[in-house]
Each structure stands twice: as C-alpha cells, then as structure tokens.
Design a protein around this ligand. Structure first.
Ligand code: GDP
Ligand code: GDP
Length: 466
C-alpha cells in the first residue's frame, strides 16, 4: 500500500457507498454484524492502477452518547491523524449544510491533504451544490456519484500526484534517507493550466458512445472503426471486448467505445428489441464523455433521435452528430444546408455542434468524425482563465449592457470558470433573478463563439452577492 485515504463527512452523504465501490468485492464487512462495535472500517481500495487503504468513518456515527458535533469532531480528527489523505464528501444534491461547514473548518485547521468530493453529482440536480462546494475553501470539488460509479477517473487523477509523493516517501523511508516531503497543493496550477486540453492516455481512454435509432447504422459504423483499427494494428490486436464496451485504438488514440448496437443485438434474442435499443442508448449517454448521435440522413431527426440528443445535452456530454448513409444523398450540398437549419431549430441548446457527413458503409468521413470527437472532447475539458473571462465579460457588457428593470441597472461584477466536463461558469451579479433569460443566452452564445466551444453544453450560473 502506498498511502491511506479516509472518507469523512456528515451522515448520509454516501461515505459507505463510496467505500464499498472503492473496495469492491474485497469488502471487509466481516465485523458488520449487530452488536459488534464498529470502529474505523478499513479496506483495500483499487482505483485504476492505484492501490491504497481506504478508511470509512461512517461506523463511528453510531453508538455513542456524545453530541453530533462532538462526535463528528472526534472521528474526523482521528481520521485525519490516521490517514495520509482525507476525502471530504458533501452531498451535492443537498448543497452545503451547516454540518458540512463544521467539517470543512476542522479539516482546514488540521491541514494535511484534503480532497473535496461532491457526491450524488449525477444529473443536473447536483449542479447548484457543486458550485456551492467551492465556497468551502478546500479547492475544486471532484464531482462523484458513488452509487453510479461516476467521477472515479477524476478522483484517480487527483489522487495520482499525491500517490506519487507517498510512493517517494515510502522509498525514501525504506532507504532510510532523510528526505523532506514538500506539501502538494491539489489545486495547484489551476490558473496556469489555462486551456490545457486534457488528453486521453493509455490509462485513461476517451469514452465514446454511438447512439441512435435502430437501423441508423451504429453496428456498421462500429465495425468500420474496428476495421480501421485492425488494418493499423493487425487482426484483433489491442481490441478487448467486455459486456458493454470495446477498448480500441482509434487512429492511435485509446478509446473506450460503448457498443449500444451490440447490446441491442444481444437483446434481440429476448425479443425486446425496441425497448432495449432506447434504454441502452440512454445508459450509454451516462457512461460516455463524447456522444456520437448517429442519424440516418434519409430520415433524420425522428423523435428518438431528438430524445437521445437532448439527453446528452442535459447530462452535460460533448456531442457530435453523425449524418450517416451520406452515400445515398444526391444533392449533398443543398441537403446539408437544410439539415443544419433543422438541427439549429430542433436542438437550439446544441448550437454549433459539429454535423459530420459520413458513410459507415463506404468508410467515407470516418477520419472527420474522429477529429470531431477529439475536438469535442478537448472543448469539453476546456479551462479559461479568470483574467480572460473578465476581460471578455467587460466587452460583452459594453457592447450590449444588461437591462435596468425599474431604473436600476443589473450589475454583473465578476466571472470565473468553476468546472470543466462540461465547462461551467459563475457570474456574480447584483439581481440575478431579474436578469432576463435572453441576456443569459446572449452570454452563453458569446462564450461559445468567442472561445470557440462548439458542441459542448455550457453551464452558466448567476450568483447574488451577500
Ligand atoms: P454515509 O452515511 O455517508 O455512509 O452514506 P451512505 O453511503 O449510507 O449513503 C446514504 C444514502 O445516499 C444511501 O441511500 C445511498 O444509496 C445514497 N447515495 C450514496 N451515493 C449516492 C450517489 O452517488 N447518488 C445518489 N443519488 N445517492 C447516493
Ligand atoms: P444499427 O441498427 O444502428 O446498428 O444499424 P446497422 O448498422 O445494422 O445498419 C442498418 C442498415 O443500414 C443496414 O442494412 C446497413 O447495411 C445500412 N447502412 C449502414 N450504414 C450505411 C451507409 O453508410 N450507407 C448505406 N447506404 N447503408 C448503410
């Protein structure tokens, strides 16, 4: 074991759920019987290639007659003393409660390595809480869903640099060397990392799902992509298949491809074709980072297509639209123009998302699709510095000042990016409720254009001051 991680936080935020997820089947639940006094529960956690000891403090909440704050303080202090790193969880759906602030205080005072986790972050209901979490002053929260297994890659990428430090420490100790381990600031480089697009690596493939109605051409497309991979890497090389996904190198980029078509084919056996195809698509949208909405260009924008695209937007995924069976179109230029207009009208929130014409059958357009997927993913991970944003905001405000309801002008004072994947921004504002939606749209569309962010949902939150 390289290091230990204690999960702390008020009752019900999901500590045990996360513990169980990290420990998986190697669950050390033996002492979980009635009457057995539970102490700090420990398990061997696995997160990608990281191995560490995880400590669950949930058990200590029961079986004492101390007051809740007293108990919380005691168990948190103990966990901080025992563990190398504290993962402080809040419930993003509930937002930041006074009890959370007590925890944050203790952790700030104790020092040490603290990671802030905003759990239950699946879906939009959690966005407000996620933003509130910044106010705890413990750095950028990692959005997690312990129950659905989301955010585990992000958690790992935050733990990785710390793990390296602890590994060095262990080595140094083993060598009995007298080495000082410096503090690692987990929020380090946030500003400097301006627009540093996160790139996929061997350890962390880019997660892509191809969704669409039955017969849109998903299987054909996936086979075409696999075919390319085979040409480059030899038969079957590097391709592994499990029940829900394929791992492959798509033009050299490691990709985990959610194979909704394959899942459907399996379902065919049970004669549940129609039902499964849609729900699998919906599920894939939750797993993946980039969603390729594959349309049959001959019959585009059917109800099911719109539903999938809309869900991808609501879930905050990067979206690329594939217009398949383009080989069957005659007047390609006129048709593309028409489809672009339909798209903007039917899916205004996905404005600017790339429409890629392709033929899964002939293989035309596959390279453009691949490029669009990579670009959409980079955009989705995009970070813009506060300085640039505020310069931009100033320009937007003077070009088109916000309205002045009742003679009092709404002041937009300060803007910052608070999250990525997808990009989320907060503007401090004097009367957030009075700002018309059209003005918000003006800002969002401006952000999209001026910072070149097509095909990614953009979240903008207005915050009142004081
Ligand atoms: P603890 O008291 O902090 O250990 O919290 P538990 O792990 O017992 O979880 C409390 C409740 O939150 C349970 O009903 C869980 O099923 C639920 N929960 C845990 N994680 C999540 C999550 O990621 N999303 C949602 N929606 N619920 C969750
Ligand atoms: P899925 O149900 O979305 O997986 O769709 P399939 O991949 O099974 O394709 C449905 C039908 O469309 C099959 O008959 C394919 O041969 C055909 N098809 C798929 N892609 C193309 C294409 O680019 N051009 C043409 N002309 N036909 C295609």
């Amino acid at each position: 074991m390289t290091f230990s991680l204690a999960i702390v936080g008020r009752p019900n935020v999901g500590k045990s759920t996360l513990f169980n997820r990290l420990v998986g089947r190697r669950l050390a639940l033996v002492d979980d019987q009635p009457g057995v006094t539970r102490d700090l529960r420990e398990g061997e956690a696995r997160l990608g290639h990281l191995r560490f000891t995880v400590i669950d403090t949930a058990g200590l909440e029961e079986a004492t007659d101390e007051s809740l704050p007293g108990r919380m303080r005691r168990l948190t202090e103990r966990a901080v003393e025992q563990a190398d790193i504290c993962l402080f969880l809040i419930d993003a759906r509930a937002g930041v409660l006074p009890a959370d602030e007590i925890f944050a205080d203790i952790l700030r005072r104790k020092g040490g390595h603290v990671i802030l986790g905003a759990n239950k972050a699946e879906g939009r209901a959690a966005e407000g809480g996620l933003l509130e979490a910044y106010a705890l002053g413990l750095g950028e929260p990692v959005a997690l869903s312990a129950e659905h297994g989301q955010g585990m890659d992000e958690l790992r990428s935050v733990l990785e640099p710390l793990a390296e430090r602890f590994a060095e420490r262990a080595e140094a100790e083993a060598a009995e060397a007298d080495v000082e381990i410096g503090d690692v600031d987990i929020a380090e480089g946030e500003e400097e990392a301006e627009e540093a697009a996160w790139a996929p690596s061997e350890a962390r493939p880019l997660k892509v799902a191809v969704v669409g109605r039955p017969n849109a051409g998903k299987s054909t497309l996936i086979n075409a992509i696999l075919g390319e991979d085979r040409l480059l890497t030899g038969p079957e090389a590097g391709i592994t298949r499990d029940s829900i996904a394929l791992n492959l190198g798509w033009g050299g980029v490691p990709v985990r491809l959610f194979d909704t078509a394959g899942m459907r084919k399996k379902a065919k056996i049970d004669d549940k074709l129609e039902k499964m195809s849609v729900s699998d698509g919906l599920r894939a949208v939750k797993f993946a980072e980039v969603i390729v909405v594959l349309l049959d260009a001959q019959i585009p924008f059917e109800q099911q297509d719109l539903r999938l695209a809309d869900l991808a937007e609501r879930e905050g995924r990067a979206v690329v639209v594939g217009l398949n069976k383009w080989d069957l179109e005659d007047d390609k230029q006129a048709r593309l123009k028409e489809l672009k207009l339909d798209f903007e009208r039917l899916l205004p929130k996905l404005r600017g998302a790339p429409l890629i014409t392709l033929s899964a059958k002939t293989g035309r357009g596959l390279e453009r699709l691949r490029e669009a997927v990579l670009t959409a993913h980079a955009t989705w991970n995009r970070r813009i510095s506060t300085a640039r944003l505020n310069r931009w905001l100033e320009g937007m405000l003077s070009a088109h000042p916000p309205p002045a309801p009742g003679g009092r002008r709404i002041k937009l004072r300060y803007m910052t990016q608070v999250k990525t994947r997808p990009p989320g921004f907060v503007i401090m504002c004097s009367h957030p409720d009075a700002l018309p939606e059209s003005y918000e749209r003006y800002l969002v569309n401006g952000l999209r254009e001026d910072f070149d962010m097509p095909g990614t949902p953009i979240r903008l939150h207005l915050r009142g001051q004081g």
